[in-house]
Ligand binder design. Structure first.
Ligand code: FAD
Ligand code: SF4
Ligand code: SF4
Length: 383
């Protein structure tokens, strides 16, 4: 019987699903089991839309539809937490199973603290995350650096430090470090992210550490809660999932890989935070002066629970109808969100005038953590 703290290899018993899945298909098999057996009412996951660069969040109630969500979309930069808050009434009356990257999970936890999501009703299946790539940048990178038409690509993956594509007639991999040195690769918030294995989820699933004859055919699952252990045990009893103990050498490799990623995240923080440290005020003023007040930065932020601006009496500091925004608009926003910014990158991703909003909020958050909260509090993630 699996228990909290165990590390196992797991794989689906469904051969059709195994073909579609990224690794062993454990994530989809477990969610399917949960939905079929009414442990959850709805599953929130991601499926391929128009093409590989179009990751679409979906809420699924029929277990048969879940196979469409198998596989990883590394150009999927969406945030699952605000999806649950906005479209599933914060799981207040519905039991939700959801696939979460580190940032999705941190966003959910912050929304839970603000009573926007009822975390008691949420089953979280975490996926390790080395980072995601902006879809438009991803297409550009494939055309310019790989010399391949992005529409000809049939699969993309990130493995052993390389971004790898498969296309009609071959496959090609380039080291992510080299791509990032030239301005491509992962989103800047992902480079700074240090929440690679989402251990506050019920299960943390990934491909790191799967070695030997199971390599590529099993999912590495770290069991992080009793709820997660219960789900695995039930799915195994129902013969929907098979498991074996993780290879100790694989566990060691996974640990080393995680540490290497944490060091890389620290390197990027140092580089990007230091670059703005000595002129933060000028940097904020200059960058935010492009703001067109579309409020996209508020729309997806899991820690910015704002009341709509419409219908409010005219603010003394933010004049409706005038652009660029008064600097006070952004300063107020940074003041109220930066203590809990989870570095999900949504604000920056959605900003049509490319203000590096996540960089600023994240820098302020990390400074606050370092200066004022030396020991980790209730949220023990290292975002
Ligand atoms: P499957 O059964 O194939 O299910 C995969 C699930 O992931 C599906 O539910 C799907 O909806 C969901 N999904 C796909 N794309 C996204 C997305 N962009 N955001 C949220 N959910 C998504 N594992 C590692 O060990 N190391 C890594 O560095 C690593 N990086 C990753 C980066 C990204 C952006 C993603 C999405 C995953 C990453 N993983 C990483 C996890 C790994 O790719 C597999 O998802 C995991 O091993 C589970 O495999 P599986 O066969 O059980 O999953
Ligand atoms: Fe993954 Fe972290 Fe980027 Fe989120 S912020 S997509 S968890 S690397
Ligand atoms: Fe995410 Fe930006 Fe909000 Fe921070 S401020 S939590 S990066 S949307």
């Amino acid at each position: 019987m699996a228990a909290k703290g165990d590390m196992i290899y797991a794989w689906t018993t469904d051969s059709g699903l195994a073909k579609k899945a990224e690794c062993g298909g454990a994530v989809t098999a477990l969610l399917k089991y949960a939905l079929e057996n009414k442990l959850v009412d709805v599953v929130v996951a991601v499926k391929k839309g128009f093409d590989l660069y179009d990751a679409v969040p979906v809420a699924i109630t029929d277990p048969k539809d879940l196979d469409q969500t198998a596989g990883s979309l590394h150009c999927g930069t969406l945030l699952m937490s605000t999806f649950i808050q906005k479209y599933l009434d914060g799981a207040k009356k519905t039991k939700v199973g959801v696939v979460v990257k580190g940032c999705d999970l941190m966003g959910l936890i912050e929304l839970g603290k603000r009573n926007e999501v009822n975390m008691d009703n949420v089953l979280t299946i975490g996926v390790n995350c080395g980072g995601s790539v902006n879809p438009i940048q991803g297409r550009k990178m494939i055309a310019e650096k790989f010399g391949i038409d992005p529409d000809k690509v049939t699969k993309e993956e990130i493995d052993k430090g390389q971004f790898i594509i498969e296309y009609d007639g071959g496959h090609k991999g380039i080291k992510i470090d080299d791509l990032e040195d030239e301005g491509f690769g992962r989103r800047s918030n992902c480079r700074r992210c240090k929440y690679k294995i989402p251990r506050q989820a019920d299960l943390a699933c990934g491909n790191w550490g799967v070695i030997g004859d199971k390599a590529g055919k099993a999912t590495f699952v770290e069991i992080c809660s009793d709820k997660g252990a219960d789900l695995v045990n039930k799915a195994v009893s129902a013969k929907k999932l098979e498991t074996s103990a993780a290879d100790p050498k694989g566990i060691e490799i996974r640990g080393k890989t995680e540490n290497a990623m944490l060091k890389l995240g620290e390197k990027w923080r140092k580089k990007e935070f230091t670059a703005i440290r000595d002129n933060l005020w000028d940097f904020i003023n200059k960058e935010t002066s492009r703001c067109i007040k579309c409020y996209s930065c508020i729309e997806k932020c899991p820690v910015c629970i704002a009341t709509p601006f419409e219908g409010r009496p005219e603010s003394y500091m933010v004049r409706p109808g005038y652009i660029p925004s008064d600097p006070m608009f952004h300063l107020r926003r940074f003041a109220h969100i930066s203590d809990s910014c989870v570095n999900c990158g949504q604000c920056e991703e959605l900003c049509p005038v490319e203000i590096p909003l996540a960089l600023i909020s994240h820098a302020i958050r990390v400074e606050a953590d370092n200066g004022f909260v030396p020991k980790l509090g209730a949220s023990s993630y290292k975002n």
